[in-house]
Ligand binder design. Structure first.
Ligand SMILES: Nc1ncnc2c1ncn2[C@@H]1O[C@H](COP(=O)(O)OP(=O)(O)OP(=O)(O)O)[C@@H](O)[C@H]1O
Ligand SMILES: [Mg+2]
Length: 238
C-alpha cells in the first residue's frame, strides 16, 4: 500500500539568519593629519559549521575587520549582526563575553600569570561551566602541544610560539559560537601548525562553530572551507 500523496506542502522551514552578517561595513581611521579608509562597504555573511580564512596583503585591513566583527571596535558605517541581531542591540561587551573568542595577533596574554591561569581566567570570564577548570585547561594546553611543565610557568618564560599556543588554548576554552584568530600559526613550526589547523577544522565541522582565521599562509587557506581576500577595502571570496 502506498501512502496517499499529500498535496499540503510542509511549512516552509524558516531559514536561520547567518551567525554573523556584515552589511555595508566601512571603517576609516582618523589621524591628526589624515584619514585612512580601510574597509569600504563590505557585505558578507558567515555561517555556523564553516571554517573561513581571510587573506590579504599587510595593511589591507584584516585585523580591523576582525576588531569590528568581534565587537572590539565600532564601524564608521554599516552594521554587524549576530544571529540576526545588531551588535548595538546586544551590547558589544555582552557579545564579546558570551558569543566570541579571539586569538589576537599579539596574543594579549595576562603576563603575570601562568599558561594554565590564563586559560582558567578566560573560562571564568565567559562562565564556562566546567567543574574541573584546571584539569580542563591542562587538557586544552596539551592539545595544542604544551606539556604540564610549560603550562605551569609564567607566560613570559615561554617562547613566542608557546605563548601563541596558550592564546589558542584560551580561546578554545570558551564555549562560544564564533572563534576569531589573527595569524594564529605565524610563529609555529609546520607540524604544530598542522595540529592547530586540524583543531580549527574540527571545531567548525564537528562542533558547528564558525571559525574565522586571518592568515598569510596559503597552506592554511587551502585547508579552509572558504577563503576571503581583502584588497583595497573590498572583500572577494572563493
Ligand atoms: N588604530 C589605528 N589608527 C590609525 N590607523 C590604523 C590603526 N590601526 C590600523 N590602522 C591602519 O589601517 C590599515 C589596516 O591595518 P590592519 O592592522 O587592519 O591591517 P592588516 O591587514 O591586519 O595588516 P597585517 O597583515 O600587517 O597584520 C593600515 O594602513 C594601518 O596603518
Ligand atoms: Mg593584522
Amino acid at each position: 500500500m502506498t501512502d496517499a500523496v499529500s498535496t499540503d506542502k510542509p511549512p516552509a522551514a524558516e531559514t536561520a539568519p547567518p551567525v554573523l552578517k556584515l552589511t555595508g561595513l566601512s571603517h576609516t581611521y582618523t589621524g591628526q593629519r589624515r584619514r585612512t579608509t580601510v574597509l569600504k562597504q563590505i557585505d558578507y555573511s558567515f555561517e555556523r559549521g564553516v571554517f573561513y580564512t581571510i587573506l590579504g596583503p599587510s595593511g589591507s585591513g584584516k585585523t580591523t575587520l576582525l576588531s569590528l566583527a568581534s565587537g572590539l571596535d565600532r564601524p564608521t558605517a554599516g552594521t554587524v549582526a549576530f544571529d540576526g541581531v545588531d551588535l548595538e542591540e546586544i551590547g558589544l561587551g555582552r557579545y564579546r563575553n558570551r558569543h566570541v573568542a579571539t586569538v589576537f595577533q599579539q596574543y594579549n596574554l595576562l603576563t603575570y600569570m601562568t599558561a594554565v591561569q590564563n586559560v582558567t581566567t578566560a573560562m571564568e570570564i565567559t562562565k564556562v561551566r566546567a567543574r574541573h577548570k584546571k584539569a580542563r585547561a591542562l587538557e586544552l594546553l596539551e592539545q595544542v602541544g604544551l606539556d604540564r611543565h610549560h603550562a605551569t610557568r609564567n607566560v613570559l618564560r615561554l617562547s613566542g610560539g608557546q605563548q601563541q599556543r596558550v592564546a589558542i588554548a584560551r580561546a578554545l576554552a570558551c564555549d562560544v559560537d564564533i572563534l576569531f584568530a589573527d595569524e594564529p600559526t605565524g610563529n609555529l613550526d609546520e607540524d604544530t601548525a598542522e595540529g592547530i589547523i586540524r583543531i580549527f577544522r574540527d571545531l567548525a565541522h564537528e562542533r558547528n562553530k564558525c571559525v574565522v582565521v586571518v592568515t598569510h599562509s596559503q597552506q592554511l587557506a587551502a585547508r579552509s572551507d572558504r577563503t576571503l581576500t581583502l584588497r583595497r577595502g573590498k572583500v572577494s571570496s572563493r
